[in-house]
Design a protein around this ligand. Structure first.
Ligand code: FAD
Length: 451
C-alpha cells in the first residue's frame, strides 16, 4: 500500500496566514514529508496587511467554554512561553466578563480553566471588583445595577496573555525560510483546477491564467476561502470592528500591565496596549458583505453564480470605507466606561479597520479532506479565535491530512455533512453586539443619518 505522504509528492498551500504558514512549517519539519515539494502562494507579499493573522495583537487564552479548545490552547501556550516566538508573547492576564446571558460562556470557561488546573484565576463578583482588579479608572462610583462596559461579573485569568501578531507571524516565516523547503509565490488564485469527470483537484489557476500543479492542494485562504470553493452554509466572512488609539508614554505606562478586558455581552474588548497604541475591538456577529461571484466549482463556460459574504478591505476596494460610526461609537463608549481619561470624542483614532473572520456555524475550525474532490484539503474556518494556536495548528493539520485528526476534535473539525442556513448558526456562545448587519446597508443608514 502506498503511504499517504508518498501519494502527495507535491503540496500547494493557498494562503500564508495562521493556517497556511503553520502547515508549511510542519510539513517542512515532518520526516514523513521529506521528499514532498512544498509551495505556498499568497495574493499579497508577506505579511499580508489585510489578512486576519496580521495585526498589532491577538489574545492568547485557554479560556474556552469547550474543554477541547482549553486543552489545545494550554498546549500552545506552553510553547508561547518558551520556544515559540517568546519575545512576542506577554502574559498580562485576561478578564472575561459579561452582564447578561453570555454569563454561561464565562461560567463554562472558568470551570474549564480551573479543571485543567494550570491557571491562576480570580473570580470577579461585581462591576466594582472588575474595576479594582483590572486597574480600570474610577468613573462615577460604580453602581452594580447598571451594566458597565467592563461587565458585571466574570473572572480574570492571570495566565492568559497576548501576542504581537505580526511579530509572531514574521518570526514563524523566518523559521520556515531557515528550513529551506518551501517555495514562496506571490500570486492570486483565481480557481481551483477541478477535473469534473474524476472529481479531482490538481492545483490552481492563477489570475494571469497560468497554472500551478500539485498532488495535494490545501485551501487556507481565510475569509476568502468561500470564493474558491462553495462553502455556503459552512463558512462565511464576517467583518469585525477595530480602532486604535494613540497613547502618550505616560498613558501607556499607566495601563501597560492591566489585563485585557473582554466583555462577552457586548463583544467589546480592550487589549493591553503596546507600542503606545491601545486597541479596542468588537468580537461580535460582524458585518456581512454579500457579493455575487461566478460559482467557484462550476465547469468552464458555465455562467452559474453564487452570492456569498466576502472581505472588503483597503487592499481590495479602491476607496477605503471607514469603520461604520455605530462601531466607532461603541468602542468610544467602552473607553468612556473603563478609561474615561482616554475617551474624549475629539481625540482621533490613529487607525480604524474591519478585519474579517472566517466564521463557522459553531466556532469549530474546518480541517479535513474535501468529501468530494480528491487532492483537496481544507485548513480554514478560524472563526475569530485561531491565532493562539499558531504554535500547534500546523501539526494538527498535517496529522489530519494523514488521517490522524486529534481525538479531541473528531466530530468538530470535519467537513460538515449538511449545510446549515447561516441564520440558523448557533455560534460558540462567545459573541456579542448587533446581529445580521449588512455592511453596505449600515453605510447607507449612516449616509441617511439614521444612526
Ligand atoms: C479582528 C480580529 C481579532 C482576532 N482576535 C483573535 C484573538 O484575540 N485571539 C485569537 O486566537 N484569534 C483571534 N482572531 C482570529 C485569528 O486571527 C484568525 O482565526 C486567524 O488569523 C485566521 O488565519 P487564516 O490563515 O485562516 O486567515 P488569514 O490570516 O486571513 O490568511 C489567509 C491568507 O490567504 C490569502 N488569500 C486569500 N485569497 C487568496 C487567493 N485567491 N489567492 C492567494 N492567496 C489568497 C490572503 O492574502 C491571506 O494572507 C482574530 C481575528 C480578527 C479578524
Amino acid at each position: 500500500m502506498v503511504s499517504i505522504p508518498a501519494q502527495y509528492p507535491s503540496v500547494l498551500i493557498i494562503g500564508s496566514g495562521v493556517f497556511g504558514l503553520a502547515t508549511a512549517w510542519e510539513l517542512s519539519k515532518n520526516p514523513e514529508f521529506k521528499d514532498t515539494e512544498i509551495t505556498l502562494i499568497d495574493r499579497q507579499p508577506f505579511p499580508a496587511a489585510d489578512s486576519s493573522s496580521i495585526d498589532t495583537s491577538r489574545i492568547i487564552r485557554p479560556d474556552y467554554a469547550s474543554l477541547s479548545y482549553t486543552r489545545l490552547a494550554s498546549k500552545a501556550q506552553l510553547l508561547w512561553r518558551t520556544t515559540f516566538a517568546p519575545e512576542h508573547y506577554h502574559e498580562t492576564g485576561l478578564a472575561v466578563t459579561a452582564s447578561g446571558p453570555e454569563q454561561s460562556y464565562v461560567t463554562d470557561s472558568l470551570r474549564n480553566v480551573q479543571f485543567h488546573g494550570t491557571d491562576r484565576v480570580q473570580t470577579l463578583q461585581s462591576a466594582a471588583e472588575i474595576q479594582r482588579v483590572c486597574g480600570l479608572e474610577a468613573n462615577k462610583p460604580t453602581d452594580d445595577t447598571l451594566s458597565p462596559g467592563g461587565g458585571s461579573t466574570g473572572y480574570v485569568n492571570w495566565n492568559s496573555g497576548w501576542a504581537d501578531a505580526e511579530g509572531a507571524m514574521c518570526w514563524l516565516r523566518r523559521e520556515v525560510e531557515k528550513l529551506n523547503r518551501v517555495r514562496f509565490i506571490t500570486g492570486t488564485v483565481k480557481r481551483l483546477n477541478i477535473n469534473h469527470s474524476t472529481n479531482t483537484v490538481s492545483g490552481v489557476i492563477l489570475s494571469d491564467d497560468s497554472t500551478l500543479t500539485a498532488s495535494l492542494t490545501i485551501l487556507a485562504a481565510g475569509a476568502w476561502s468561500p470564493s474558491l470553493l462553495d462553502l455556503r452554509g459552512i463558512c462565511k466572512a464576517t467583518g469585525q470592528a477595530l480602532v486604535y488609539l494613540p497613547l502618550s508614554a505616560s498613558e501607556q505606562a499607566k495601563v501597560a500591565n492591566n489585563p485585557t478586558i473582554l466583555n462577552l455581552s457586548t463583544g467589546l474588548f480592550i487589549i493591553t496596549p503596546s507600542r503606545k497604541s491601545l486597541k479596542v475591538a468588537r468580537h461580535g456577529h460582524g458585518y456581512t458583505n454579500p457579493t455575487t461571484i461566478p460559482h467557484p466549482e462550476a465547469a468552464p463556460g458555465s455562467n452559474q453564480t453564487i452570492t456569498i459574504s466576502l472581505p472588503a478591505t483597503h487592499l481590495t476596494t479602491h476607496t477605503q470605507d471607514p469603520l461604520p460610526l455605530e462601531a466607532q461609537r461603541q468602542c468610544r463608549d467602552l473607553l468612556r466606561s473603563v478609561y474615561p481619561s482616554l475617551s474624549s470624542p475629539s481625540r482621533p483614532w490613529s487607525k480604524t479597520r474591519i478585519c474579517w473572520y472566517t466564521d463557522t456555524r459553531n466556532g469549530d475550525f474546518l480541517i479535513d479532506h474535501h468529501p468530494k474532490y480528491k487532492g483537496l484539503f481544507l485548513a480554514t474556518g478560524g472563526a475569530g479565535h485561531a491565532f493562539k494556536f499558531l504554535p500547534v495548528i500546523g501539526e494538527c493539520v498535517v496529522e489530519s491530512i494523514l488521517g490522524r485528526m486529534p481525538e479531541d476534535f473528531r466530530g468538530k473539525w470535519e467537513f460538515p455533512r449538511q449545510r446549515v442556513p447561516e441564520e440558523e448558526w448557533a455560534g460558540d456562545g462567545s459573541r456579542g453586539g448587533p446581529e445580521g448587519v449588512v455592511l453596505a446597508e449600515e453605510y447607507e443608514r449612516q449616509r441617511k443619518g439614521r444612526l
